[in-house]
Design a protein around this ligand. Structure first.
Ligand code: AMP
Length: 431
């Protein structure tokens, strides 16, 4: 179904087609009519489903239909999102869709001075996209007036609750006009999300583009059982052998992200790490290089990846499994976006089998396991015994470091592998 069939203004249709959109995504088909009718909405939609356009487009149509002169600090539409990346992304989309309209879009997030944002607010804004914390600062400083908010959107509501924003959200809600329309978008419906929805939504239209808590159908998901300490090697091998490009890799910590990026670079795979300790500008630069294909792999922590909008992302690798099963759904939502197909690969160590079981329960599906020859977890004890025998027997290999130990293990499969020797890489035929 095309956007024209929902009778949007030609200015909006033109902007949307310049974004390259032709048909509506399922969430857009479902959400646009009730939002345009002014109904409250509770929508289950992951990142990557086209949810941003699903709420921004009908709200821009509302502004187009009812233009109004704005007092200083007054906001007509307020969108709350959990991270500055997501705020920037939603605001960028809103600016692109409103290119031919008379609508001011202002984004508010932390990490930068408030003065520039306050100056923009002084003229009033049709649409404000904000993180709850920074919005509250502006509210307390008297820079923003929420008494005339016509529509409030909570984007990634589950994330905002996970990140502890509930008190800020409550304060913001108190400052907004009670007659407003409220829209909640959430990838998962946890108890907290349901409770908040009951408090703030009035007879909402409940929508789900996919089944609740299920992963997008365009993502094929596979699991590689592998020992934790051999994950790096397996990743480099898969990327090289299968010629993967645009791979988003999730690691557990910032340190792991940096280290993995260093090691992959040493392996000749152009990689960057993004995490919360990297400056905002640097993260954006890495993302740009990644989308332009200058780097092949982006290693990210859970927090940094929220809100990253990477079109055409082909591969998501769970190098470390997430702590929460629901985060798996968010992570793999980065691929297979808006009808495109993607692959989600999970490296599961013995210790991570339990979280894998929780994930399979949550998504209601058992994931396909692929045993990579030479990396089988079950063979580990046998391999170690063989290794010990070799190390202390007649044909002792010159292996003493952990890297060399891996090489020695690999030697049992007699394959040609890259090993680090004195910091350099060499191709060796291991026997
Ligand atoms: P979102 O779920 O809002 O993060 O959107 C995911 C991606 O899909 C973004 O890159 C959007 O630009 C893109 N997108 C949104 N709607 C459509 C559409 N109808 N057709 C093609 N791409 C779309």
């Amino acid at each position: 179904m095309k956007f024209e069939s929902y009778s949007f203004a030609p200015e909006i249709i033109r902007a949307v087609s310049e974004c390259g959109y032709e048909d509506m995504t399922p969430i857009q088909k479902l959400a646009i009519p009730p939002i345009r009718r002014g109904q409250d909405v509770l929508a289950s939609a992951q990142t990557g489903t086209g949810k941003t356009a699903a709420f921004v487009l009908p709200l821009l149509q509302r502004i187009f239909d009812n233009p109004a002169a704005l007092q200083p600090g007054v906001v007509r539409i307020l969108i709350l999102a959990p991270t500055r990346e997501l705020v920037a992304q939603v605001a960028d989309n809103a600016k692109a869709y409103s290119r031919y309209l008379d609508a001011r879009v202002v984004s508010l997030f932390g990490g930068v001075k408030t003065t520039g944002q306050a100056n923009k607010l002084r003229q009033g804004a049709e649409l404000v996209v904000a993180t709850p914390g920074r919005l509250l600062e502006h509210l307390q400083a008297g820079n923003i007036n929420l008494s005339q908010v016509e529509v409030l959107v909570l984007d990634e509501a589950d994330r905002m609750l996970d990140m502890g924003f509930i008190k800020d959200i409550q304060k913001i809600l108190q400052a907004t006009n009670k007659e407003r329309q409220t829209l909640m978008f959430s990838a998962t419906f946890s108890g907290g999300v349901k409770q908040l929805a009951e408090q703030i939504l009035r007879r909402p239209k409940v929508l789900a583009a996919d089944r609740q808590n299920t992963t997008a159908t365009t993502v094929s998901q596979v699991v590689y059982p592998v020992e934790q300490r051999r994950k790096r090697e397996l990743l480099a091998e898969l990327i090289g052998r299968k010629n993967w490009h645009q791979v988003l890799v999730f690691s557990a910590t910032r340190e792991d992200a940096d280290q993995l990026a260093d090691e992959l670079n040493q392996d000749g795979i152009p990689t960057a790490a993004v995490h919360s300790e990297k400056a905002h500008g640097k993260r954006r630069r890495s993302l740009k290089e990644f989308t332009e294909g200058k780097i092949r792999v982006l290693v990210s922590t859970e927090v940094a990846a929220r809100g990253l909008d990477i079109p055409d992302l082909d591969y998501v690798v769970n190098y470390d499994m997430p702590f929460l099963a629901e985060d798996y759904v968010h992570r793999i939502g980065r691929t297979g976006r808006a009808g495109k197909t993607g692959v989600a690969i999970s490296f599961v160590s013995r210790e991570e089998e339990r979280i894998l079981a929780d994930i399979e329960k949550l998504i209601g599906q058992r994931l396909k396991r692929i045993m990579m020859p030479g990396y089988e977890v079950s063979n580990r004890d046998v391999l170690l015994k063989q290794l010990q025998r070799r190390r202390f027997g007649k044909h002792k290999p010159d292996a003493s470091s952990a890297t060399e130990q891996v090489a020695a293990e690999k030697s049992m499969s007699g394959r040609r592998v890259k090993v680090k020797v004195g910091g350099n890489q060499q191709q060796k035929k291991l026997k």
